[in-house]
Design a protein around this ligand. Structure first.
Ligand code: PEP
Ligand code: MG
Length: 570
């Protein structure tokens, strides 16, 4: 743990830390911590003179830019773009000019870089919501350059030369892009929440992970730790008995995952659709290979991001059909464009908003741009006509029954099997019966539903506790929606991260949810655990969670009442 004065307080051997398990599995391995905080360079110069300092500053910025570019090549995908943008910032002539000016006023190169980034940071912070969010990337760039100039360890992923448990305060995109599956045994972060970058990455990499784990950065490098990504426990220097038990759990989980097959169902045969969340055809193929019965959330906005014009109807139809074709006998639930807030689109001017997460986003945005929605619905209908999949369509960020009726009417003008909406806003959950009067189905987006229920921004790691899908207040809303679905005989799915937690999945089924949609990697665990519990048992677990006073108690009580978790290594 780094204290306020910059000192480091080691976490004692044998201590058990408790965080939030976000990617299941149990491992034991030595700690390697992310490069520590970079010191603030002292004011004043080094005596080398302005010309030498300016040259040192320029060389350091160039070295950092080249390193980021090399990482970008290795990373690929979205991470590549982030890293390339950072490299471009490092080469900005304005930054070099600022450093030159400051060294001529007597600063060292390190101090000049540090101060120049400060000016840049202020400019960016004042340039609107989206640019303000890039400030973290800028701070990362400053730290890398200053570390280079001071000769201290670069912040970033360590390379101890053997597999390790990576311990960090939090993980930035530049760090995660460098993680190697054959080196990283588990991730443990002090910050971050269940929907954070770390959680999503860990699931994609299939490594156990624990987030929001207070005291984790106090674990010394090389210290063996036991990480349980299911229960969220991290044990410093575990004894032989603990290690043997952990290994047995890891083997049990692998064996159970290999045995998981067939349609999702409880032990007594209640069918529960086990579906996948996908962003495009490659994900859909991987989901089908992982045993998904269909797609419960097709996030179509990935096709629209990074574009200056919207994709044409034919372009969209081809992309949708590629996903439908991965599930010739399954259901594919397509979500219409979820633009706005954290997903800004260059061609969609939504105006300046003080609080974009509470502004014109999701269906509110596409309703104001009816051509965009009409083209998308036409493209979905066109692709559905050319495929065997059962195509359902739903709208994101719906708040009222009136919006639902309007949207479903648009969908029903086309030959699409079912029209529904996502329940991500508490008002919609409370009005589920009225919404289901016109919707054929609903799907609970628990990530946003948690954010709006607790007024806790899902991008802020420090609020992880409030965003926990185990919060009884959130589960009460889920249960109310499920009851409305049962009363009207209409399907109610869950497609937020909550659905991929195998233990929470039992609670959701017990609360009356009819399908679960998740990252493909979670399917086998959910299928196994569900198949070992009757509907009655799931209902009892739901009762325990709903009656708990808070998220930790809900999780602890349900885990305690689920004895099979040890046997299955979850
Ligand atoms: C959600 O909010 O739970 C959801 C599934 O949608 P997204 O994560 O894409 O906002
Ligand atoms: Mg959402």
């Amino acid at each position: 743990m780094v204290t306020a004065t910059g000192g480091w307080t080691p976490t004692a051997v044998g201590v058990q830390l408790q965080g939030v398990g976000v990617s299941p599995g149990v491992v034991v391995g030595p700690v390697a911590r992310m490069g520590g905080d970079v010191p603030v360079p002292p004011e004043g110069g080094t005596g080398a003179g302005p010309a030498a300092e300016a040259e040192a500053g320029r060389a350091a910025l160039e070295a950092v830019a080249a390193d980021l570019e090399a990482r970008a090549q290795l990373a690929g995908g979205e991470a590549r773009e982030v890293l390339e943008a950072q490299a471009m910032m490092a080469r900005d002539p304005g930054l070099d000019g600022q450093v030159g000016m400051l060294v001529h006023e007597g600063r060292s190169a390190a101090r000049a870089v540090y101060e120049a980034f400060g000016t840049y940071r202020e400019l960016l912070g004042g340039a609107g919501e989206y640019m303000a969010a890039r400030v973290a990337d800028l701070d990362d760039l400053r730290d890398r350059t200053v570390a280079h100039l001071l000769g201290v360890a670069l912040p970033g992923v360590p390379d101890p030369g053997h597999p390790f448990v990576l311990v960090a305060r939090d993980l930035a995109p530049a760090d995660t892009a460098m993680l190697r599956r054959d080196r990283v045994l588990a991730l443990v972060t002090e910050e971050g929440g269940p929907t954070s970058h770390t959680a999503i990455l860990a699931k994609a990499m299939e490594v156990p992970a624990v987030v929001a784990c207070a005291g984790a950065t106090g674990l010394a490098d090389g210290l063996p730790v036991l990480v349980d990504g299911g229960s969220g426990q991290v044990v410093a220097a575990p004894d032989d008995r603990q290690v043997t038990a952990a290994r047995a759990r890891a083997e049990a989980r692998q064996a159970a995952r290999r045995a998981a097959a067939g349609p999702g169902a409880t032990a007594d045969g209640q069918l529960v659709g086990l579906l996948a969340n996908v962003g495009g055809a490659a994900d859909a193929a991987a989901a089908a290979a992982a045993g998904a019965e269909g797609v419960g959330l097709f996030r179509t906005e990935l096709l629209f991001l990074d574009r200056t014009d919207p994709p044409t109807r034919d372009e969209q139809a081809a992309a949708y059909q590629a996903v439908f074709d991965a599930f010739p006998r399954g259901r594919v639930v397509v979500r219409t464009l979820d633009a706005g807030a954290d997903k800004p689109l260059a061609f969609l001017d939504l105006g300046q908003e003080a609080n974009p997460a509470l502004g014109i986003r999701g269906l509110r945005a596409t309703r104001r741009h009816p051509d965009l929605l009409a083209t998308q619905l036409d493209a979905i209908a066109q692709a559905a006509a050319g495929s065997q999949a059962e195509v359902w369509v739903m709208a994101p960020m719906v708040a009222t029954a009136e919006e639902t009726a309007w949207f479903c009417a648009q969908v029903h003008e086309r030959p699409v099997q079912r029209a529904g909406v996502m329940i991500e806003v508490p008002a919609a959950a409370l009005m589920a019966e009225a919404i289901l009067a016109s919707a054929d189905f609903v799907s609970l987006g628990t990530n946003d539903l948690a954010q709006y229920t607790f007024a806790a921004d899902r991008l802020v790691g420090a609020l992880a506790g409030l965003q926990s899908p185990w919060q009884p207040a959130l589960l009460k809303l889920v249960a109310a929606v499920a009851q409305a679905g049962q009363a009207l005989g209409k399907p109610v799915g869950v497609c937020g991260e909550a659905a991929g937690d195998p233990v929470l999945a039992l609670v959701l089924v017990g609360a009356g949810v009819t399908s679960l949609s998740m990252a493909p990697v979670s399917l086998a665990d959910v299928r196994t655990l569900l198949g070992r519990h009757t509907l009655q048992e799931c209902r009892r677990l739901a009762g325990l969670a709903l009656a708990a006073p808070d998220a930790e108690a809900a999780r602890a009580r349900v885990r305690m009442a689920t004895p099979l978790l040890d046997e299955l290594g979850l």
